[in-house]
Design a protein around this ligand. Sequence first.
Ligand code: SF4
Length: 265
Amino acid sequence: MTTKTTVNQTASLIEVFSAIQGEGLNVGTRQIFIRFAFCDLRCHFCDSAHTWNAPATCRIEQTPGSRDFEIFSNPVSLPMLIKWVERQNIPRLHDSISLTGGEPLLHARFLSKFLPQISLTTGLPIYLESGGHRPEQLATILPYLDSVGMDLKLPSVSGESRWQEHEKFLQICYEARTEVFVKIIISRDTDVAELKRSAELIAAVNAAIPVFLQPATPLTDVRQIKDSAVLTPTPKQVIDWQALMKNFLKSVRVIPQTHKMIDQL
Ligand code: SF4
């Protein structure tokens, strides 16, 4: 699998927009989303497969929340991205900036230049959403992050197996005292032994790290339903699995993707 890493002060984007965060610890807050192109994982449940490669163009919202997108060519320059994010930052609207994708850490070198500048000009906290499999790149930008949401990929659900990387990733966040939480997608086919292993892995770093079990969102695309075996778990599975994980961890919450329930981006 080809890995693409930005080497200069440009980055390939999918989109920039203002929206309500629908997942994890920041659920319900208003964020400026920067969705980066490229991902080197291939999760079975991925709802962002359009991010796996860089499109020729990206879409940039002009007015926060208005979906009045303008189209620009990829890759985009650092000053352009700063200008677009600053334009989104109208007084008192946003709680933070979300770096999402794709896998934002494939752009770590770009981010190490971009983040100090955007923190200074907007004053907004920076939140990273990551697949949790690139601890080396995380370490290079951690000083600029205020919080991190790490996906822990269960092999039985995602098709990816990254246990060692996840452990290192969490450890780095914990040692830096950066706020971190873990999100685990669960489906009807979740292997319970993997859930237990996840709980033990997280507890070995710190049992107080918040964990979010996110039932797989039922797919609406007919093509995807035919091609995918990812089904949402049963009510009994969800309640049993939360109980299992609470044997090891202090905070295990079950939250589905709320932005999809209220028809948000
Ligand atoms: S890490 Fe995220 S963007 Fe990449 S394949 Fe998995 S779900 Fe999709």
